[in-house]
Ligand binder design. Structure first.
Ligand SMILES: [Zn+2]
Length: 312
């Protein structure tokens, strides 16, 4: 069986005890030949959501995309159009339910060797608070994830400078969500902060810091591949990698053809792709019409090299 490292997964949210949730994750990994992997904390900002996602903003964002919304048949899209107030309340509930703090992920990782923790930015606290928290656990973590959608922040925003400098000095990495996101963030106007070219801009400023573009910039239910070309361009920088999670395998093959497979990292995004588990995504890579050595690079070697650099 091909050995695999999963560079993008989360603890299942419905198992509240973090160590128990970690055991569930390790169980699905084992069925896929995944020997270790990254578990990413998720700390959305409810306050920022309430302030930014107003009924008026939804109305305008839907207006831009009316044709796609009508064709999509996504239930949430209908709700956004016909009862935006209710849609906002539902989002807040979902965000609360899916919050998984950095501390919880660390707890699971301390018990389970297979789990490598990635912290989340916490946008409700200032940058100083975030930098201090990271400093305390820096030896234990692979790095930090920034969710431009859930966090309402651009990855090239100057305020992140201190955080990036700390990670650069300590040889840790940054993972940035790119593309759209379920719910209101399916509307392109709501996910424009999650563009790979903004990650590339930050990566040009911090040349010794590795940035991982999550999802190849391509996740979007309304427009699959929405920022894929920007992701390819960003991968031209030495310090930019991308994970394959939530991207149609078609885009993985295209990326291999366009920029090679040396900086692609397998990711399952477990448990967020409904109806799948990591082994389905491993099989999807194994079934791609690309050379065998490239498959091994994506599934194992590239991640292993990165982790070695970090010393984990
Ligand atoms: Zn994810």
């Amino acid at each position: 069986m091909q050995q695999v490292i999963d560079f993008h997964a989360h603890l299942p949210w419905w198992v509240r005890d973090p160590v128990e949730a970690g055991r569930v994750l390790v169980g699905v990994w084992e069925r896929a030949g995944i020997i270790r992997g990254v578990a990413i904390a998720v700390e959305p900002s409810i306050e920022a959501f309430k302030a930014r996602v107003t009924e008026e903003r939804i109305y305008n964002a839907v207006g831009d995309m009316m044709d796609y919304v009508a064709l999509s048949r996504l239930p949430m899209m209908n709700k956004l159009v016909y009862s935006p107030g209710e849609a906002v309340r539902e989002h807040i509930e979902v965000l609360r339910e899916h919050t998984r703090s950095t501390e919880e992920v660390l707890k699971a990782a301390r018990e389970l060797d297979q789990i490598l923790p990635v912290a989340s930015l916490n946008p409700d606290r200032g940058i100083s608070w975030n930098v201090e928290r990271l400093r305390r656990v820096i030896d234990e973590i692979v790095g930090v994830k920034i969710f431009p959608t859930l966090h309402f922040i651009r990855p090239n925003h100057r305020s992140l400078g201190r955080l990036y400098r700390l990670l650069e000095e300590e040889g840790r990495i940054v993972i940035v969500h790119t593309g759209c996101d379920p719910g209101v963030w399916e509307l392109p106007a709501m996910c424009s902060d999650a563009r790979p070219r903004l990650v590339a801009e930050a990566a040009r400023r911090y040349r010794d810091l590795v940035f991982v573009i999550a999802h190849l910039g391509s996740y979007s239910a309304l427009q699959p591949g929405i920022f894929f070309h920007e992701a390819l361009e960003a991968l031209g920088l030495d310090n930019v990698y991308s994970d394959t999670s939530a991207a149609d395998p078609f885009f993985v093959k295209r990326a291999v053809e366009e920029v090679g497979g040396d900086k692609l990292l397998f990711g399952s995004d477990y448990p967020y792709i409904t109806g799948t588990e990591p082994r389905d995504w491993v099989n999807a890579i194994l079934e791609l019409d690309i050379p065998g050595r490239v498959k091994t690079a994506i599934l194992y070697n590239n991640a292993s090299r990165l982790l070695e650099r970090i010393g984990l």
